[in-house]
Design a binder for this molecule. Structure first.
Ligand SMILES: [Zn+2]
Length: 267
């Protein structure tokens, strides 16, 4: 262990001893994020510790006049560390700043269209910079964690995990436990089916934004994995299996059947 890790772990121990979130705040967090009810007791304890370290180590920067309250930091932190609950916080080490905007952010973009460069405006609930900050719309954070399939925090964190092998292509760094060829086969089949269903007007099984690109499919699949795991497993069982192996978590372990496909298909 290097000197840096020694100080880092000592600092982290102090954060945990201090207990950043008191009982009342933590109870609020569990109530406001029903997706956490799928976790076992030891996982909840680990989640709290990771969220405390995350909240203490990251810098939350207000955008466009928003005032950042402690419960906002708690809500973002608890959802941000959920995907890395078993993987570890080092997966989120490449950024420190989280910009929090009151609502969706308008961004000027450019894209190539044949020989021409087209400029357009996009409204986004969140975004990530490669090796840089995350931006989140608070209104969209508030709409996340309820078990209805939408989660902007998990979506952006999924992009960060995806970037672990330097490319935002829907395939993160898989280590030795998973087979990249299998991962690509499973995900490109599910992505292809989603695109086909959208184009033929059949409606998609998960949020149709997944049809945007393989990277967006992966991010939306991660949202569904934690928000509506039964829906994801029913329609894309192999995607569910790969995510379970990669994230080392199984939201359906307790056999939850609470999230039936209420919303039906996404137009
Ligand atoms: Zn995205």
């Amino acid at each position: 262990m290097g000197l840096f890790s020694f100080f880092k772990s000592r600092r982290r121990r102090k954060i945990l001893e201090r207990g950043l979130f008191d009982d009342g705040a933590w109870e609020w967090a569990l109530e406001q994020h029903p997706i956490l009810a799928r976790l076992a007791e030891d996982e909840i304890r680990r989640l709290k510790g990771l969220a405390e370290i995350f909240a203490a180590e990251k810098e939350f920067v207000p955008e466009r006049g928003i005032v950042i309250e402690p419960d906002m930091i708690l809500s973002i932190s608890v959802q941000a560390v959920l995907p890395v609950l078993a993987l570890g916080l080092e997966w989120l080490d490449d950024f420190r700043t989280i910009f929090v905007a009151p609502r969706s952010v308008r961004r000027e973009r450019k894209r190539r269209f044949g020989p021409a460069i087209e400029e357009y405006t996009e409204t986004v609930a969140g975004e990530v910079d490669y090796l840089g900050p995350i931006t989140l719309s608070w209104r969209d954070v508030e709409a996340s964690g309820w078990g209805d399939g939408f989660n902007v925090v998990i979506h952006e964190i999924a992009h960060k995990l995806d970037l672990s092998n330097r490319a935002m292509d829907g395939c993160p760094f898989l280590g030795d436990d998973l087979d990249p060829a299998r991962w690509k086969r499973v995900f490109s089949a599910a992505y292809g089916e989603t695109v086909r269903r959208l184009e033929s007007g059949l409606g998609t099984y998960i949020n149709s934004y997944a049809a945007e690109s393989p990277a967006e499919f992966f991010a939306v699949a991660c949202e569904e994995f934690f928000e509506r795991p039964a829906v994801l497993r029913r329609h894309f069982p192999e995607v569910y299996g790969e995510l379970k192996a990669f994230l080392k978590q199984d939201p359906l372990r307790k056999g939850t059947t609470d999230d039936t496909d209420r919303n039906g298909l996404h137009e």
